[in-house]
Design a protein around this ligand. Structure first.
Ligand code: ATP
Length: 314
C-alpha cells in the first residue's frame, strides 16, 4: 500500500434552477455542472493497522475535524470497508473556501477515489457515486466530473458532451464567502410561493425551463448560445445581499463576448471565453477596472474529467 496523490478539480455551474421542495427537505434542482482545472491536491498515506484518520491542510481556515468532507469520506470508507487501516490525508488547498466551487466536496470525492485505489477495492463508478451522495449533493459529480446534467438534489447525473475547449475566468473577493445553506434558505423565504412541489408540476417545470436552451447549445458545441443560456436562480438572493458581487458580475458581462454568471451559491463569478488569450485579456481588464487587492482572479480551462491521479502517480 503506497501513497497516492490526487488532483481534485473545482466545478462551476453553467445552470442552477430551483424547481421546488422535496419530501426530504432538500430542494429539487436542475443543474449543469462543469469541471475546471483549478484544483486542490490531496495526498493519502497508509497509517498502520488501526483506524486513525490524520488530516492536514495548507489553508488555516479549513476545519480539520469531523466536519471536513475529506475526513468524513475517509470515515465512511472505513465503516463500509473495515480492516484496511488508518490514513493520513494532506490537502493542498488551491480552491477558495465557501466560493460556490465545491471545494470541500471535491476533496471528499478525492478521498473516496484514492482509498478505493489504495485498498484495491475495484469499486465501479456508480458505487463511488452512491457513497459520495451520502456525504453531499455535489460530491457524486466531483467524482466523475466533466460536463454533466444533475437532477434531484444534484446526485442524479447524466454525462453531457465535453466542452473542454472552453475557458472560464473566475473572480472572487478573497474575504467574502457565502454559506450555501443560507443562500437556499433565503431563496425559499423569498420565492417558496413559486415552487412546483408535486412530481407532475416539477416534470413540467423541468421540460419548459431554462435548461432546454442550454442543453441544446451544449449538444451543438455552440459557445455563443451556451453563454446566452447561462442561468442561476441563486443570483436573485446573493447579488441583492452582496452588491459588490453584482458589480463584479456586471463588469465581467461587459468584458466577455460569451457571457458571465455567478457559480453555485457564489460569491465566485465567472466569464466564459473561447480561447486562453481571450480569457487572459478578460482577467487583465477586470483587474485594471476593479483594482482591489481583495479581488482574486483565475484563468481556468474546462476539463472533461473529475478526480484523477497526479502526473507523477500514473
Ligand atoms: P458548494 O459549491 O459545494 O456549495 P462551496 O465551494 O461554496 O461549496 P466549500 O469550499 O466546500 O464551499 O466550503 C464550505 C464550508 O465547508 C467551509 O466553510 C468549511 O467549513 C466546510 N468544509 C468542510 N470540508 C472542507 C474542505 N475539505 N475544504 C474546504 N471547506 C471544507
Amino acid at each position: 500500500m503506497r501513497s497516492y496523490r490526487l488532483i481534485a478539480p473545482a466545478k462551476i455551474n453553467l445552470l442552477l434552477e430551483i424547481i421546488g421542495d422535496r419530501p426530504d427537505g432538500f430542494h429539487e434542482l436542475v443543474m449543469v455542472m462543469q469541471s475546471v482545472d483549478l484544483a486542490d491536491e490531496i495526498e493519502l498515506k497508509h497509517l498502520g493497522s488501526g483506524d486513525r484518520i490524520l488530516l492536514h491542510c495548507t489553508h488555516p481556515q479549513v476545519p480539520l475535524g469531523e466536519t471536513n468532507l475529506a475526513y468524513r469520506a475517509a470515515k465512511l470508507m472505513q465503516e463500509c470497508f473495515p480492516g484496511h487501516g488508518g490514513v493520513e490525508i494532506t490537502i493542498q488547498k488551491n480552491i477558495p473556501i465557501g466560493a460556490g466551487l465545491a471545494g470541500g466536496s471535491t476533496d471528499g470525492a478525492a478521498v473516496l477515489v484514492g482509498l478505493d485505489l489504495m485498498w484495491n477495492l475495484g469499486l465501479a463508478q456508480d458505487e463511488l457515486h452512491t457513497l459520495a451522495a451520502k456525504l453531499g449533493s455535489d460530491m457524486p459529480f466531483c467524482v466523475s466530473g466533466g460536463t454533466a446534467l444533475a437532477l434531484g438534489r444534484g446526485e442524479e447525473l447524466s454525462p453531457l458532451p465535453d466542452l473542454d475547449r472552453l475557458y472560464a475566468v473566475l473572480a472572487k473577493y478573497q474575504t467574502l464567502s457565502v454559506s450555501t445553506p443560507w443562500a437556499y434558505q433565503t431563496y425559499r423565504q423569498q420565492f417558496g410561493a413559486t415552487y412546483a412541489n408535486d412530481p407532475t408540476a416539477q416534470e413540467e417545470r423541468r421540460r419548459t425551463g431554462p435548461s432546454v436552451g442550454l442543453l441544446g447549445a451544449i449538444s451543438h458545441h455552440d459557445a455563443a448560445s451556451i453563454g446566452q443560456a447561462l442561468h442561476n436562480d441563486l443570483e436573485k438572493v446573493v447579488l441583492n445581499h452582496h452588491p459588490q458581487v453584482g458589480l463584479l458580475r456586471e463588469k465581467l458581462v461587459e468584458q466577455s463576448t460569451l457571457g458571465a454568471m455567478m457559480s453555485g451559491s457564489g460569491p465566485t463569478v465567472f466569464a466564459l471565453a473561447a480561447t486562453r488569450e481571450e480569457a487572459q485579456q478578460i482577467a487583465a481588464s477586470i483587474q485594471a477596472e476593479l483594482p482591489d487587492p481583495d479581488l482574486e482572479v483565475w484563468v481556468t480551462k474546462f476539463i472533461a474529467h473529475g478526480i484523477h491521479l497526479a502526473e507523477s502517480d500514473h
